[in-house]
Ligand binder design. Structure first.
Ligand code: ATP
Length: 298
């Protein structure tokens, strides 16, 4: 019984964390009261990820009647490539990642992973295949090591240390006399937003999922913290299919594909250079961010 309880309990916590990290809390409560639960189909199969190709085909979606959020959204994320989603606040960026997890069902169209519809596979297998680095990671009142390993209870201290190093937490750990044993969370060491995101990256590295979502923090981080997260994430993204919900365009210059969302529609797509050449919405966003940073040109 205990054997079953531990993973189920863990999944419950994970689910709450994921949902919280992607939906703001007020909205989440409204939603919990109004939304029918998403259930597995009677004949749901396990998702089998061979290559890790993600496809959105003509997706229409609304959270509630009379307000369509996504309009005919189609795109493909090829295996082992990175796609970034950009656009104004409220454009529907995070909604795309929630739909990939099937937190909601779409009204029309299809969302496929390696040709399997997210509606036809078990939610457990779907959520096991996708790692997420949320904007704000929940830390438990436990050791740093526990917080990194949560998601892989069988991880050895060596595995945990390797994941921490790979997530560029090595220098941070060196400054802590108790290392991975350091208590963190509300009653322990307070760690910064940037370090928390690297803990989340270490977690996903331990989970070793073929698909990775990075929900970039909206709040500005200092440039040192940002660089540390960026390089940790770039390493984690290698050999994985990756979706980045981006707020700072400087972090996605090297993405294989950038989708510009406006009011739930993809209005531009391409690489950074291709989009700048179009001189359209992306170029305007890029120029505005350059102005904010007080730098000139590209
Ligand atoms: P941001 O950059 O501010 O995070 P976003 O582009 O990620 O924005 P989404 O969070 O995807 O935007 O939201 C798209 C639209 O859907 C917004 O108008 C938002 O108010 C609405 N929305 C988001 N979550 C819900 C919900 N649970 N119920 C109803 N409407 C929602």
């Amino acid at each position: 019984m205990l054997q079953l309880y531990v993973p189920l309990n863990f999944l419950g916590v994970m689910y709450r964390e994921l949902k919280q990290s992607l939906v703001d809390v007020d909205k989440m409560f409204t939603l919990l009261h109004s939304e029918p639960d998403i259930a597995d189909a009677d004949d749901a199969r396990e998702l089998v990820v061979k290559d890790g190709r993600i496809e959105f085909k003509h997706v229409d979606f609304s959270y509630m009647e009379n307000r369509q959020i996504l309009h005919d959204v189609s795109f493909t994320v090829e295996p082992n490539t990175t796609t970034a989603i950009v656009g104004k606040s409220g454009a529907g960026k995070s909604t795309l990642s929630r739909l990939l997890f099937r937190f909601y069902d779409i009204q029309s169209g299809e969302i496929l992973i390696d040709g399997q519809s997210v509606k036809d596979v078990t939610q457990l297998s779907l959520r096991k295949a996708i790692g997420i680095v949320p904007q704000d990671t929940v830390l438990f009142n436990d050791s740093l090591g526990y917080n990194i390993a949560y998601g892989r209870p069988d991880a050895t201290p060596d595995d945990i240390m390797a994941a921490a190093q790979a997530a560029h937490l090595g220098d941070f750990l060196k400054r802590l006399p108790e290392g991975l044993e350091t208590p963190v969370g509300e009653r322990g060491l307070k760690i910064s937003g940037g370090e928390k995101q690297r803990v989340a990256i270490a977690r996903t590295l331990l989970k070793n999922t073929p698909i990775l979502i990075f929900d970039e923090a909206t709040s500005a981080l200092d440039s040192h913290a940002e660089k540390a997260i960026q390089s940790a994430f770039d390493d984690a993204a290698k050999n994985r299919t990756t979706l980045i919900v981006a707020h700072r365009l400087s972090t996605i210059v090297y993405a294989d594909q950038i989708l510009v969302l406006n009011d739930g529609r993809i209005v531009e797509r391409g690489t950074h250079a291709e989009l700048l050449a179009k001189n359209g919405e992306y170029t305007a966003m890029w120029a505005a961010q350059q102005d904010e940073q007080g730098s000139i040109g590209v």
